[in-house]
Design a protein around this ligand. Structure first.
Ligand code: ZN
Length: 473
């Protein structure tokens, strides 16, 4: 185990040498990775095959490496908006393209294993940055009915390989926590059940041992941030059926990490995890791990929120009520799903002491009220840019009206929201599902505003570089 940890640390420290630099965020497309895959054909360790096409005609590739007798099958991004492992696999291709570094590890892996990889099973979904494929079928519920070409391809490759090990590589929501640890579940594992009774078959036991081994390695890097996905049997899912059909299948979910919305740190952790897994399978080391390690992994729970404002006072009929406000940010795709802006919603209000925020602010002694819409309209964007935001907040407003037919857009970089309408706006409340736009006072003086969920210190408005919302007519 000491040696496996040392190799993982060496992979960690040398990562920048192999990281695929052309992939910088989560919204890369099929057209971004095809040239990277095609060029592998000229390299000695790789075999590249096209194994079929998506609904919209995008090629799906199978990349093979190694000549050993143990077969390992990895596939990523069957959900189009879950790309973290795809990027890590491309980093790993760079690792195996290089002849000089880690010769012993590469030799161990490539001589003991035959590795088969489908990166980006759902390229049409990736194009739209959406979970489902382009005919709105969830590929991971299509293993029995096989209506989609993408699921058919995955099943056909699986059948042709009957691999000893399988890796089902996904992303999960940022709201998952590792038990009630107040930490995000940055990596979650599962050895899927082969039936409703959750039978411990030999392949499932091997998957559990391997996961236990990987958890021991990952505790070096992300202690307290590893969780275990629910093992409720899902008869329509790939992992559950692959386990039933005899492959030791590992589900790996990349979740959240503080300060890493684009998951570039978690991509690096994926890279280390996958290479550590290949090392452990090739050496047979995983078999020495007791399944009690797997059993002791905390459950995936949903105790994370993006932002929690703690200990605010809300007043009604001269009575004060102490509340926390939990806020989550949704991503709205723009520019052909190559980019996004954030749109916030109040997730919960009240005693949120069992939840943790990626960011938290203690606002003890501050009162909160909902930000209002200024009734007098503006007539041009130029006028909006000249608004003194501190004064706007001091009058209780976080939203303005713009009467200008030529203005278009869904969001802006101004520190207040815009409504493109002259209709009266119903007074919003501080309650779940509403937009979080607040005025926050101490001793009746406005000190903060919350605009589209972002806390703004009125002393530092100039440094604000988040986004507000433009509401249409
Ligand atoms: Zn998924």
């Amino acid at each position: 185990m000491a040696q496996e940890k040392q190799i993982a640390w060496d992979l960690y420290h040398s990562y920048e040498n192999f990281k695929e630099k052309s992939l910088t965020n989560r919204r890369f497309k099929h057209s971004d990775i095809v040239p990277l895959i095609e060029q592998l054909q000229n390299k000695k360790n790789f075999k590249v095959d096209k194994v079929g096409k998506s609904v919209e005609g995008r090629d799906i590739y199978l990349i093979s490496m190694g000549s050993g007798k143990t077969k390992v099958f990895l596939w990523s991004q069957m959900h189009g908006d879950e790309p973290t492992a795809t990027a890590a696999l491309l980093d790993m291709f760079n690792f195996f393209s290089d002849d000089s570094a880690f010769p012993e590890l590469k030799n161990l892996i490539l001589s003991n294993l035959s590795i088969y990889i489908i990166p980006m099973v759902n390229p049409d979904g990736a194009e739209e940055f959406q979970r489902r494929n382009i005919v709105e079928i969830d590929l991971n519920r299509d293993v029995l009915r096989l209506q989609t070409p993408e699921a058919k391809i995955l099943k056909e490759v699986f059948d042709s390989l009957k691999a000893d090990f399988g890796f089902n590589l996904h992303d999960q929501g940022r709201d998952y926590s590792a038990g009630n640890s107040f930490n995000p579940a940055s990596i979650s594992f599962l050895a899927p059940a082969p039936d409703y009774d959750k039978t411990l078959t030999p392949p499932r036991e091997n998957a559990m041992k391997l996961i236990g081994n990987l958890v021991t390695v990952l505790n070096e890097f992300i202690p307290g941030h590893i969780a275990k996905y629910s093992d409720d049997y899902e008869p329509r899912a790939f992992g559950d059926n692959f386990t039933k059909w005899g492959t030791a299948t590992v589900l790996l979910e990349s979740g959240g990490w503080r300060g890493d919305r684009e998951k570039q740190f978690l991509r690096k952790i994926n890279y280390i995890t996958i290479l550590s897994a290949l090392n452990s399978i090739a050496s047979g080391g995983y078999a020495n791990t007791d399944i009690s390690v797997y059993e002791s992994i905390p459950q995936n729970e949903k105790f994370m929120m993006d932002l929690i404002l703690r200990n605010l006072t809300v007043k009604r009929d001269e009575i004060d009520y102490l509340i926390d406000v939990g806020i989550n940010f949704g991503e709205v795709n723009i520019n052909g799903a190559k980019d996004f802006y954030l749109k916030a919603e109040i997730e919960d209000v009240g005693d949120l002491s069992v939840f943790a925020g990626y960011e938290e602010f203690d606002l003890s002694g501050y009162s909160v009220e909902h930000g209002k819409t200024k009734p007098e309209p503006y007539h041009s964007f130029d006028e909006l840019e000249k608004i003194n935001s501190a004064r706007l907040y001091s009058e209780g407003y976080t939203t303005v009206i713009l009467n200008n037919d030529s203005f278009q857009g869904e969001y802006s970089r101004l520190p207040f929201n815009i409504i493109l309408s002259d209709k009266t706006i119903p007074e919003a409340k501080i309650k779940p599902d509403e937009a979080p736009n607040f005025i926050i006072r101490k001793n009746n003086e406005v000190e903060f505003a919350v605009v589209n969920g972002f806390l703004i210190d009125i002393e530092k408005i100039e440094s604000w570089n988040d986004n507000s919302i433009v509401y249409g007519k």
